[in-house]
Design a binder for this molecule. Sequence first.
Ligand SMILES: Nc1ncnc2c1ncn2[C@@H]1O[C@H](COP(=O)(O)OP(=O)(O)OP(=O)(O)O)[C@@H](O)[C@H]1O
Ligand SMILES: [Mg+2]
Length: 457
Amino acid sequence: MRKLKILIIDDEKLIGWTFQQKLSKKGYEVLTTDSAEEGLELFQREDPDIVFLDNKLPKMQGLELLPKLTSLNKEAVLVFMTAYGSIDTAIKAIKYGAYDYIAKPFNFNEIDAVLGKIKEKISTGNELKILRSNQPVKIGFSNIISQSKSMKDIIDLAKKICTSDACSVLLMGESGTGKDLIAKAIHNESNRKDKPFVTINCSSLPETLLESELFGHERGAFTDAHKQKKGLFEIADQGTVFLDEIGEASLSVQVKLLNIIENRVFRRIGNTKDINVDIRIIAATNQDIASLIKTKRFRYDLYYRLKVFQIDIPPLRERKEDIPQLIKYFINYFNKTLRKNILGVTKEAEELLCMYDWPGNVRELRNIIEHAIILETNETVQKEHLPIEIKETEAPIAIGAVDKWFDIPNEGFSLYDVEKAIIKQTLYKAGNNQTLTAKLMNVSRDTLRYKMKKYNL
Ligand SMILES: Nc1ncnc2c1ncn2[C@@H]1O[C@H](COP(=O)(O)OP(=O)(O)OP(=O)(O)O)[C@@H](O)[C@H]1O
Ligand SMILES: [Mg+2]
């Protein structure tokens, strides 16, 4: 394999220096810079294979530079570096096209592991591209883990949606809950499956560009319109259009979307002729549409048209029963892609993973399992390979340790009601996971089941 070129963009000179020392010894060509501007210039001129990009840079945040790098459409693999604890930033970076992220402070074993993974990706990249174009892997409902009742209900509804031909769908849920996944599954399991599925992210483009992407334009419609261009709605005819981050669409785009949904027609920019299309629109957002409507940033009539079927995907912390299955699913997946043979996670690690709050939802869980599998040399994932925020999740206090005076009401109370309330609260805290609830209350699962039956919970 030829020498791989790595660009480090980090204002901490010591980090650049350490990368330089360690990686050139390992046969990489290393370039470093401490500024975003020079980083961009080196990226264009030197065409690196891999970029390590720090978020905290003097003039421009790494997160701002990242889309600039990805929009240059190079093949480079981008790894984002953030301070420990800024999972939100890391998640955004992945969304903006970073391949992976590393939390600072890191040790060089992690860098080695990430580089090993990237090298494999680069060497199999070309084969994969050909394989993918011949045989796209189609995501279907079998790729969506749904152990919890809420997810099972969602999948049932989504399956029904597949059979109702063109109705619009609105997917709501926090970042990383699986909106993309469900949108693709609906398309792939409907009779539109052999037609295009086109995604447009309403937040990533300025308004004028978004309009011309969606509706297309005629030659000369505006200064840069050198030739006629078909819009995504035309390209997607008979298929599905996925409007991601719909909450970010401007009011003028919203009017045009409303027209398409109501009349199934639209016009190219610079043309007065109506074009008819047959499309299903699936829109997604992680924003609270109700408050956008209240502040007049989102049209109620559009919301009303989109939500023919509305799916609210709960955050992972509210459906913790899905966690053990998701862990198994991702271990299996990464065993294949990373050629490892990990059997599972230790009991201790699983408990921690079930207790954690998951602000980044399933995407965060997936990344953490991937990292742990890369680092793991044992057969099972050990606690030590989980990130610090998970290792430090508060351990449950056994009820025996509670030594507290309660305010006993003068009129007395019902012990029955108190027990019921405590069980209910513990179930809630554990995201309805019975094993965890029983553990929190220091009783067996059978006892818990018996009591749940008794109290009709
Ligand atoms: N139920 C699930 N089963 C298996 N994988 C899942 C599930 N939910 C989410 N994932 C995986 O988690 C990651 C994040 O999901 P996805 O991209 O669909 O989230 P999203 O809701 O679209 O997030 P965002 O709002 O940030 O765009 C993906 O890799 C996806 O495959
Ligand atoms: Mg998404």
